[in-house]
Structure formats: C-alpha cells, structure tokens
Design a binder for this molecule. Structure first.
Ligand code: AGP
Length: 614
C-alpha cells in the first residue's frame, strides 16, 4: 500500500527521499511524488513533482529539474479514491502547504463540500486532498503548523498516516498517525519519518513508533510529539535490528527468489529459542501465556490471504495433537459476521506485516465480543497487531520484500506448530516422549527444507508447460489442502494464471468438469494416510486426459512417470511437518512460471504488500 518518506535536515535530503521511496516500492503502488521546500534567496518555495508510474520515473524528473532541499516529503500511492494518474498522485497542495497521506478519509465528502464553499479549489479525485486544504485553512488562525494539523486531525474520520510541510515554517515536517503505521527516524542534526523502517536503514536505525492519535513535529535538531489529548509526550526510542543488507537483493534476480531460498535460515531463526530445549515453555508467547492458555476452551484463528492458509494448516495440528476445537476465518468476513463467540477461547491473529486493516479490525471486534486471551503471530516487531494483542510470537523471517509471501508463511507455520505443542502439553495431551519426538523433528526441519529447495531445477523445467496455460488446478487432501490453496494463490498472484485449489475428494462434485488435456493439475501427494485416497482422485483426472504434476515424498509408492504424469520426489515424509516442506516447490513453480511469462515478480499488478485499507 502507500508509502511515506519525509526528512528535515541541514543537508540536501532529496537523495534520502528517493532512496526511501525505492525501498518502499515492495509495498505496492502505482504513482509516486515528492514535495520539497527549496531555498530561494532568503525564502523557501514549495516545489512538487509527481509521476504516474515507477519511482524511477520520478527520479528522472527530479534529476532533470535539479531538485535540492533541506525539507521534504515523498510518497508512493496505491490508488483507492481516484485513478492512478499524475493529478491524483501525492503530495497534494493547498497554497504553500503540501501533504502526503496513507489510508482513507471516510468523511472526505462533507469536509470537501464545506471547504469548497469556503473557497478551496480542488484539483484531484482523492480523499487525501481535503487534508491539505483543511490544514491550510486552519493555519490562517493557528499559532503553528503542528496546531493547525492537530486541529484538522481531530476532524478526520478513518485511518491515516500523514506527513506535511509548509512554506510558512520551512524547517518543520509535521506528522499524524491514526490506524496506519508511521515512525520517526532519529539522526544527528536531522530527523526523518517513514511508513516502515526499511525506508530509513540507509540513514538511521534509531526509531520512534508513533502511537494511535499521535501528532509530531520534526525539526533538524528536535522532535516534539503530542498525544491524542494534545499532551506533549515522550515515546521510547528503539534500535531496529534491520540492516541495510537484509533489504538488499544481493546476488538474486528477485526478492521472491531470495526469500524462497532463505527459508531454512528463517525457520531456524524462528525456532532458535526452542531448538536446544528439552521441553517447550508457554512463556514463548508472552509472560501471561501460561495463565491465559491453561483454561482456553477453543481456538479462533483470524487472518487474510497466505496467513489465513497458515491458520488453516494449524487447525489440523491443533485439533489432532492438542485436541482443542479450532475455527479459522478470513478477517474481512469475521469482522462483519454475527458469530457465536467463545470468550473463554484463545483468539489468534496471524499476519506477516501486522498492519492488515481487516485483521486489526477483527482483533478489535473480538475484544468487543469478550475475548481476553489474544495472541498475534507476526513478523514485524512494534507493528499494530503486536502492540494490540495481549500475547505475541515474533516470527524471525527477516524483512519480506516480495509481495508474494513465502518465508513469512513457513515461519508462521513453525510458530503455529510450537503453539500446538504448548497447548497440547498444558492440556495433558502430550507426553514427554511425544514432545521429544516433535522437538527432534523441528530440529531437523531447516535441513529438510534445504533438501527440498534442491529440486528447483526440476520444478523450473515444469514451468515451461504452465507458462502458456490460462488455467490450473491444485489438489491436496487433509492438512495439504491448505497447501494446495497456497500454491494456487502463489501462481495466480505473480503469473496471472487463473488457478483454483480443491480438496481432492471434492473433484468429482464439480471441478472434474474442467479437466481435459489442456488443464494442468498439480497434486500435493505426501506419503501420509490419505495417499491411497489421493491416488484414486488422480486416476479420475488421468481418465479425463488431464495432465498431472505430482509432488511426492522420496519413497512414495506412486506410479512411474509417463507423458501426462510428471512426478518430482522431494525428501523423506516429515509427518505433521510435511506441509511446511511441500509448499516450497509450489512457491518455486509460481516463481519460474512468472519468470517465463515475464511478469513483475516482486510487484505484481494491483497488489500491495501491506494491505492497510479495508
Ligand atoms: C500473499 O502472497 C499475499 N500477498 C497476501 O495474501 C497476504 O498474505 C495477505 O494480504 C495478508 O497479509 P498479512 O500477512 O501481512 O496480514
């Protein structure tokens, strides 16, 4: 989604803004813009450049115009209100004031009508432009830009992160945050702001996360923060662990390729604290975890997209190993459904970014339904979900830049397996021997993942068959059904091939009608108790001339390859951990199909990495 980078310094900050925008490209966007206060004689003049397209185009304009300044704001926009055109790109201006905005202003129509009547002239179709005119209007009667902004923010409904600057106070950038992430980066004689820390690792790792309702004023030598009640406050300074190297591409062609290959290390890092342990402690999930977990009667899991698929896998583990009733639901549905809550249950949200608007709203909804035990599994420390949940588990995947989630998914699964074991033990469903066996399997997991990755060449060879197809089916059974869903999601997301996944037993209840010699059918076929059932389903496909692509375990008793049946054998069957292994070749398949089709692998059209609007 949209990204903000802002800076105020005593040196030229234009290169910092552009580099920050480049580092936020992964979030997904369709236009970009910059506004700076350029010193002209003894005054400052607002200059704005915008491009409908990539940051590289904006950078070209900046270079051609020779833009240089000490104070500036910049933005990548993911269109919501108004087409992705230059006139709708941020920053929006009102006189000598400019603003960039992430989120949605829900009451923009009424504010726009009022300001228009008062003489403001609107030049875009966006909801965001009202902020520029509203702050400019307030500025006429307020003592400072900060107070004009706080007054405006009090009127805005919706979710937003805002950065603004004004010719009347050329050494200041003003910020506001409500429902969308925004942080301050602290420098020496300069200060910055951005939507996430990856945009600033080039200049600082010392950051302050603004809290809900905060407004702030940045100057080269000072930072002032006021909370929602207007009281001046101090917020803690964090030193981010993110390094510039962690967000660099290195020898890889794409971030997705890098992130697929990082999975053994990411899973090992996520499991680090338990790998040497004899037994698992609930404290892994937070200080109160034991007390809260002890009496939970059920588990309700809420997430979106790939994180939802992780939740679906976890349901199989939680019910079969911990014997606890578990439901999994898509956040955007749950938040509006009149459900029957179990307030004595554990409410789990899963999110790579920790900023997904629907998941955050579902968590808030759960609180109103009476849930006390809330747990978030997330990859971003200090994210909104982490801060708003009572218990938390941080996956340690490192920054995930590719829009298609890969290492975040496998680390979520590792975390959810730990949760299963902890709940199973507390509920008396796991004896010492079983716990030791599972821990041993977890220790072996990074090596097994490495082994599975080695099949890449064979997977890449299949990609050519898929690249010319319009459709594909993915089949799995039991705990591998969510893996089939994830494989289909990966393929459609980055190759734009229409892909659907089914629990293989459902095939004959409808989707079989789609199968002919032009339909590639991918089957996830581990050596588990459902393999024989799955093989019968595959025969149904073969009998209709369908082309089968089967991912099996090393010693799977599965027939020989023939022209229309291709098989890749991965590694030894991993028991309940098998889904974590079987998703890897599906990620590789999607990646290689996208390569052949020449799509924008890391930034697929219309998608955003962090979905901060509803
Ligand atoms: C996965 O490849 C997606 N890009 C998407 O489905 C993602 O998983 C979803 O938007 C949820 O995001 P979150 O994990 O950050 O909450």
């Amino acid at each position: 989604m949209c990204g903000i980078v802002a800076a105020v310094s005593t040196r030229d900050i234009v290169p910092v803004l552009l580099e920050g925008l480049r580092r936020l490209e992964y979030r997904g966007y369709d236009s970009a813009g910059i506004a700076v206060l350029e010193p002209v004689d003894a005054k400052s003049e607002l200059r704005r450049l915008r491009a409908a397209g990539r940051v590289a185009e904006l950078a070209g304009q900046v270079q051609a115009q020779g833009l240089a300044a000490y104070t500036g704001i910049s933005h990548t926009r993911w269109a919501t209100h108004g087409a992705p055109t230059e006139r709708n790109a941020h920053p929006h201006v009102s006189g000598g004031l400019a603003v960039v905005h992430n989120g949605i202003i829900e009451n923009h129509e009424e504010i726009r009508a009022r300001l228009k009547a008062a003489g403001s002239v609107f030049t875009s179709d966006t909801d965001s432009e009202v902020i520029a005119h509203l702050v400019a209007f307030n500025r006429k009667s307020s003592v400072s830009l900060l107070s004009a902004a706080t007054q405006a923010v009090a009127e805005l409904e919706g979710a937003f992160a805002i950065a603004l600057l004004c010719e009347s106070d050329p050494e200041a950038v003003v910020l506001a945050r409500k429902g969308a992430p925004l942080l301050i980066g602290l420098g020496e004689g300069e200060n910055f702001s951005a939507s996430d820390v990856s945009a600033l690792v080039q200049v600082t790792r010392r950051v302050i996360y603004l809290e809900e309702g905060d407004c702030a004023e940045l100057r080269p030598g000072s930072v002032r923060i006021v909370d929602a009640r207007g009281t001046e406050v101090e917020r803690p300074v964090h030193v981010s662990e993110m390094t510039a190297q962690a967000v660099e591409l290195g020898p890889y062609q794409h971030y997705m390729q890098k992130e697929i290959s990082e999975q053994p290390g990411a899973v090992a890092a996520t499991l680090e604290t338990v790998i040497g342990a004899q037994s698992l402690q609930p404290g892994l999930f937070g200080a109160d975890a034991e007390a809260l977990f002890k009496d939970v009667s059920s588990v309700q899991i809420i997430a979106c997209g790939t994180s939802y698929h992780a939740g679906m896998v976890a349901r199989y583990w939680l019910e079969s190993i911990a014997r606890i009733p578990t439901s999994v639901e898509i956040a955007s549905e749950y938040r509006y459904r009149d459900s029957v809550p179990d307030p004595t249950g554990l409410f789990v949200t899963i999110s790579q970014s920790g900023e997904t608007a629907d998941t955050l709203a579902a968590l808030e909804h759960a609180r109103t339904l009476g849930y006390r035990a809330t747990l978030t599994i997330c990859n971003v420390p200090e994210s909104s979900l982490i801060r708003q949940s009572r218990l938390r588990f941080l996956t340690r995947a490192g920054p995930e830049i590719g829009v298609a989630s890969t290492k975040a998914f496998t680390t979520q699964l590792a975390a959810l397996f730990l949760l299963t074991l902890v709940l199973a033990r507390l509920r008396g469903k796991l004896d010492r021997h079983a716990e030791a066996t599972y821990l041993q399997a977890l220790r072996h997991l990074p090596a097994a993942l490495q082994h599975v990755l080695a099949a890449e060449e064979k997977v890449a060879a299949w990609a050519k068959d898929f690249a010319s197809r319009q459709h594909a089916l993915f089949l799995g059974r039991g705990i591998h059904y969510p893996i089939a869903l994830e494989g289909a999601l990966k393929l459609k997301e980055i190759s734009y091939i229409h892909a659907e996944a089914y629990a293989a037993g459902e095939l004959k209840h409808g989707p079989l009608a789609l199968v002919d010699q032009d339909m590639p059918v991918v089957a996830i076929a581990p050596s588990d108790t459902l393999l024989e059932k799955l093989k019968s389903n595959l025969q149904e496909v073969r009998a209709r001339g369908g082309r089968l692509y089967v991912f099996a375990d090393r010693d799977a008793p599965i027939g020989d390859e023939e022209e229309a049946v291709r098989i890749i054998k991965l590694t030894d069957h991993a028991g309940p951990l098998s889904p974590i292994l079987h998703v890897l070749p599906l990620q590789q398949l999607a990646y290689h199909v996208a390569l052949v089709r020449g799509t924008d692998v890391d930034k697929p059209r219309n998608l955003a990495k962090s979905v901060t609007v509803e």
